[in-house]
Design a protein around this ligand. Structure first.
Ligand SMILES: Cc1ncc(COP(=O)(O)O)c(C=O)c1O
Length: 492
């Protein structure tokens, strides 16, 4: 019989547990995670391997965790730290006093996706007269633009990238601009391959058409300027480029701050104005939000502030140098292995490789690397581009580079010996012929069971990846929604 006076369950214990017990539980759960530190995880995390930095960020986070960014007049500390972060990002990206973009303004958001959604919202709301707004993006643009377009009911015009350069043709970007286009976007660099788009040409075309141009520097905005200072041939990509109206840079990536901080910058306050949401037509407080969230913890902002203050310009320059050397070492390791080739010569902090025609199966290779303690990110084939393996390289990888080469060679040998995953023919037929609407919960549960999903053992993913790679994009999306839905169940 259910005791109606007690609702304990899941995270809610019946009488509360001791603080050390609760913390021990968190630590025990964390033990199953991929390693966030140590330079062996090439996605999701950004680790500078600077002693004491985590403790500093955690202390600053604790200081401001309960501060609410909802009202900057109630918590001036947060406003001051936000303005300092925006000033720093503006400087790093070619704006501020003494530059050609002295009036840059911005906001701190929770991440790259939110920054991009807001860039699209600002562009859309600047043109209320356009009934069916559109944005133009290269096919290599981050999926967050598609999310923005979906959330904001803006049409997405996707310009394919060249198979050779992995960049869009500026003329094709220009040709895609229509009277309803409110924003043209490009990446510096793209996440998947780490290449910098031809920003100057694209921004020039956008300016000529009188359209905003957003440069998504979420991933590389904090490293490209430092790489340039180290002598790397980084093309113009920031506010120094006429026609660039907004930019985004994620501090929780290469500024090495804890998760939850990105900066969205506009060339001037007038461009930013339509980003705000204000509402006074209810009995409560007038809501004025520059970003999507209303209540916002000061924790991530304080942690970011303390991190930037501590590392400083010289720290970031040093970390960029360490990372650049790690990238060069990893790329050499890939070049040295028969059967692999780089998708592009590294020009930022990504190493991305694929298999040659007689090379190993990439998805099996990814599993073999996992078995050797290297966590890489498989990328599916797309519109003529082959499947690839993505490595986001951070400073913490540097001491590991020498170990990577032999392990990669060994993993390739093992993957060749194993051969590609032989999907049962009926499964492959399903992947290629099924329409997303035909997916029933039973079918998904059967597929998940057949692929070994839900058993907790996620180290051998080649079968899943092979199936997903065979499925058209729409079906892949649906399958993953269903699979993730199976994982996201309440723990009672
Ligand atoms: C180029 C680029 N833009 C946007 C994003 C989205 O950032 P977030 O995951 O912080 O929302 C990413 C994330 O990797 C990125 O690489």
């Amino acid at each position: 019989m259910i005791d109606e006076s007690r609702v304990a369950g899941g995270a809610l214990s019946s009488d509360g547990v001791a603080a050390d017990v609760a913390l021990a539980e968190v630590r025990q759960l964390r033990a199953a995670d991929r390693p966030t530190h140590g330079g062996r995880l090439f996605a999701y995390v950004y680790d500078p391997a600077v002693p004491g930095l985590d403790d500093l960020a955690a202390a600053a986070h604790r200081e401001s965790a309960h501060v609410n960014g909802l009202d900057p007049t109630a918590f001036p500390s947060l406003l001051a730290m936000e303005n300092a972060l925006v000033g720093a990002a503006g400087r790093v990206l070619g704006g501020g006093p003494g530059t050609t973009a002295p009036d840059v303004v911005g906001s701190v958001t929770s991440g790259g996706t939110e920054s991009l959604i807001l860039a699209v919202k600002a562009a859309r709301d600047a043109h209320p007269e356009i009934a069916e707004p559109r944005i133009v993006v290269p096919s290599s643009a981050h999926a967050a633009f598609a999310k923005a377009a979906h959330y904001l009911r803006v049409a997405l015009d996707v310009v394919p990238v060249s198979m050779d350069t992995l960049r869009p043709d500026p003329a094709a970007m220009a040709a895609a601009i229509r009277p309803e286009t409110v924003l043209v976007a490009c990446s510096a660099p793209s996440y998947a391959h780490g290449v910098v788009d031809p920003v100057a040409e694209i921004a020039g075309a956008a300016a000529e058409a009188g359209v905003r141009c957003h440069v998504d520097a979420c991933f590389g905005g904090w490293t490209l300027p430092y790489l340039r200072r180290l002598g790397e041939p980084v093309p113009a990509f920031d506010f120094a480029v006429p026609g660039v109206t907004s930019m985004s840079v994620d501090l929780h990536k290469y500024a090495y701050v804890p998760k939850g901080v990105s900066v969205l910058l506009h060339r001037d306050a007038a461009l930013r104005a339509p980003q705000y949401f204000a509402y006074a037509d209810w009995p409560g407080y007038t809501m004025i939000n520059p970003v999507i969230a209303s209540t916002r913890s000061g924790g991530p902002i304080a942690a970011a502030y303390a991190t930037l203050r501590h590392l400083g310009d010289a720290g970031y320059l040093r970390l960029a140098g360490v990372t650049r050397d790690a990238v060069a070492g990893l790329a050499d390791a890939v070049r040295a292995v028969d059967g692999l080739r780089l998708m592009a010569e590294p020009e930022s902090t990504v190493v991305c490789f694929t298999a040659t025609d007689d090379g190993p199966d990439l998805f099996v290779l990814v599993d073999e690397l996992t078995a050797r303690g290297w966590h890489t990110q498989p990328q599916m084939s797309y519109a003529g581009l082959p499947a690839s393996v993505h490595l986001t390289v951070t400073a913490s990888v540097a001491p590991r580079v020498a170990e990577f080469g032999p392990d990669l060679a060994d993993a390739v040998t093992a993957a060749r010996a194993t051969g590609p995953v032989a999907l049962p023919p009926e499964l492959r037929a399903l992947a290629t012929s099924l329409t997303p609407d035909a997916l029933t919960p039973e079918l998904v549960a059967g597929l998940a069971a057949g692929l070994g999903l839900g058993t907790g053992a996620l180290d051998r993913m080649a079968a899943v990846n092979t199936l997903l790679d065979a499925a058209p994009a729409r079906l892949r999306e649906r399958l993953l929604v269903e699979f993730v839905g199976l994982l996201q169940r309440p723990a009672w």
